[in-house]
Write a protein that binds this ligand. Structure first.
Ligand SMILES: Cc1ncnc2c1ncn2[C@@H]1O[C@H](/C=C/CNC(=O)c2cc(-c3ccc(F)cc3)cc(O)c2O)[C@@H](O)[C@H]1O
Ligand SMILES: [Mg+2]
Length: 214
């Protein structure tokens, strides 16, 4: 049977990236998506904004919602300090299988916990499963109608502390109107919009960075 796009993306990583070199994995995926097949990775332009937010936050515990093929997982983890951890949530087993191999090729499996399941089921278990108290940074990049309910769930579960950062992809395209409305009007968050473009295109998109004020 014909291969899937994630399988072809993984093959491009294994062909063009150097084992143990996360930046070469990121570059190989961007090349594949720009010149061969578009895929819904955060991409290189928004990826630079992601890099600066991660570097500035220097987080110990990071949560990513929506692993897909692991592009942003590798991009974020490559910037983390030695004893920090990235937990990434993915409910599609096929995507999880590909992402595990992309993460392994980058040599980042010791920094990353990929947990399979739905975010709504896993968020309430984060503390018991991983001994996490609160997350310093959350990257939201899963189904766009899940950003708001999962943010409310993280608040309810006490997973956010004063200064925790939420960084949301695609707030313009495909768009997350209910999330934007909530987060920009809530007195519990200080938000900032980083204008950019939809990965590998000239279409407008952007990231919304929101700091939880506690
Ligand atoms: C509740 C739950 N729990 C666990 N995993 C979950 C989950 N909900 C989704 N997932 C997982 O996360 C990824 C899904 C990502 C969804 N992202 C997008 O739809 C997306 C789309 C575009 C896009 C823009 C313009 C177009 F014309 C077409 C597509 C760009 C993007 O950057 C996107 O992120 C995928 O791996 C899915 O299995
Ligand atoms: Mg996205």
């Amino acid at each position: 049977t014909r291969s899937t796009r994630p399988q072809r993306l993984l093959a491009a990583v294994q062909k063009n990236a150097t084992r143990g070199d996360p930046r070469s994995v990121v570059r190989a995926i961007d090349q594949f998506c720009r010149h061969k097949e578009w895929a819904m990775n955060v991409g290189d332009e928004k990826g630079c904004i992601l890099d600066s937010v991660v570097s500035e936050a220097n987080p110990t515990y990071v949560l990513e919602l929506g692993t897909y093929c692991g592009y942003s997982t590798v991009r974020i983890a490559s910037l983390l300090s030695p004893n920090s951890k990235l937990i990434t949530v993915e409910f599609n087993p096929e995507y999880a299988k590909i992402a595990r191999q992309v993460i392994a090729w980058a040599g980042l499996q010791d920094k990353i916990h990929l947990v399979e399941g739905a975010s709504g089921d896993l968020i309430p278990k984060m503390q018991e499963m991983f001994g996490v108290k609160t997350f310093d940074l959350v990257f939201l990049d899963h189904w766009k109608d899940r950003y708001l309910p999962d943010t409310k769930l993280m608040e309810k579960c006490g997973l956010l502390r004063k200064g925790s950062i939420l960084l949301a992809d695609n707030v313009i395209c495909p768009g997350t109107p209910d999330y934007l409305e909530y987060i920009r009007n809530s007195p519990q968050y200080e938000s900032q919009y980083f204008k950019s473009h939809l990965e590998y295109t000239k279409v407008e998109d952007g990231l919304e960075k929101s700091v939880f004020l506690g």
